[in-house]
Design a binder for this molecule. Structure first.
Ligand code: AAT
Length: 279
């Protein structure tokens, strides 16, 4: 009889997902978290931090494109871009698709995530070798404080709000991001599941709309993340992503994001729109 091995993530105390797995390719306890790379039959290699799915070979494109392109396309001329977290390099790969980008800084607290991703996820982490990329292994909160009026776009690709990522979901951090952005600056943060993290989304949306003149919430379908529906919160000092014309949007090679989707994104399902206080 063939042995079947299954990975389970308890996404809430009462609900989870399972994936049939092959080999475990890597396991270690870093200074910050446990780090695993496992082979799944359905989604290919999977990066797991503290028992939570961070990315998989098959569906990574959705998350990385959607965290990146809405903000990058809304900014008229993004030259300096900062990614906080995101040690796998997926968001950096998407950022580098814009010819205007001169510097793409990756600020990841755990250097081991970067090294292990380079080894096991070459299609995701390969972009980290590009000469426009600068890697800083440090806390995103400290990096933001040290760079006032410096960046055009800041993308927050963080773990769930536990351990070192707790501060990345709090108002002083968003205020710091506002100050680290130049005029016309835009931020986008991953903000968890509209099913399981409703209070968090409501609070982050309120904080960002109190700091930035424009705040927008949008979602994407990511099968390996809790509930499969994921949210992103955008803050802008300048342009509103809703008011872009189709000709303002750049032709970027993507698999999920595109100009038609860009405009549809802000028509939210009612139970999600409610979280913005406008539903
Ligand atoms: N690209 C998708 C993968 C991630 S990884 C998020 C990264 O944020 C982790 O590598 C973690 O080490 C890093 N991180 C956590 N706290 C900080 C901090 N304070 N400063 C810098 N980096 C930090 C995200 C997936 C999210 C969704 C999963 N369900």
């Amino acid at each position: 009889m063939d042995m079947e091995l299954w990975y389970t993530e308890k996404q809430t105390p009462d609900f989870g997902i399972q994936a049939k797995i092959g080999r475990t390719l890597h396991h270690e306890q870093t200074e910050y978290q446990s780090l695993d790379v496992i082979e799944t039959k359905q989604f290919g290699r999977m990066l797991v931090l503290d028992g939570m799915v961070m990315t998989t070979d098959q569906d990574e494109f959705v998350y990385h494109e959607m965290l990146t392109h809405v903000g990058m396309n809304t900014h008229p001329n993004p030259k300096r871009v900062l990614v906080i977290g995101g040690g796998d390099g997926g968001v950096i790969r998407e950022v580098l698709k814009y010819p205007s980008v001169e510097h793409a800084v990756l600020c990841e607290i755990d250097g081991r995530v970067i090294e292990v991703s380079k080894e096991y996820f070459p299609k995701i982490a390969g972009a980290l070798e590009d000469s426009r990329v600068k890697i800083r292994v440090e806390d995103g909160i400290k990096h933001i404080e040290a760079h006032p009026n410096h960046y055009d776009v800041i993308l927050v690709d963080s773990t769930e709000p536990v351990g070192p990522a707790v501060g990345l979901f709090q108002k002083p951090f968003y205020q710091g991001i506002f100050e680290a952005l130049r005029p016309e600056g835009i931020m986008v943060a991953q903000t968890e599941s509209p099913w399981f993290n409703r209070d968090l989304i409501r609070r982050v949306y309120r904080d960002i709309s109190n700091i930035f003149p424009i705040a927008r919430l949008y979602t994407a379908s990511i099968p390996t993340y809790p509930s499969g529906l994921w949210s992103f919160t955008l803050g802008s000092k300048g342009r509103d992503p809703i008011s872009l014309r189709e000709e303002d949007l750049q032709a970027i090679h993507t698999k999920y994001y595109g100009p038609t989707l860009h405009h549809a994104l802000f028509r939210l399902p009612k139970f999600v729109e409610e979280l913005t206080g406008k539903g």
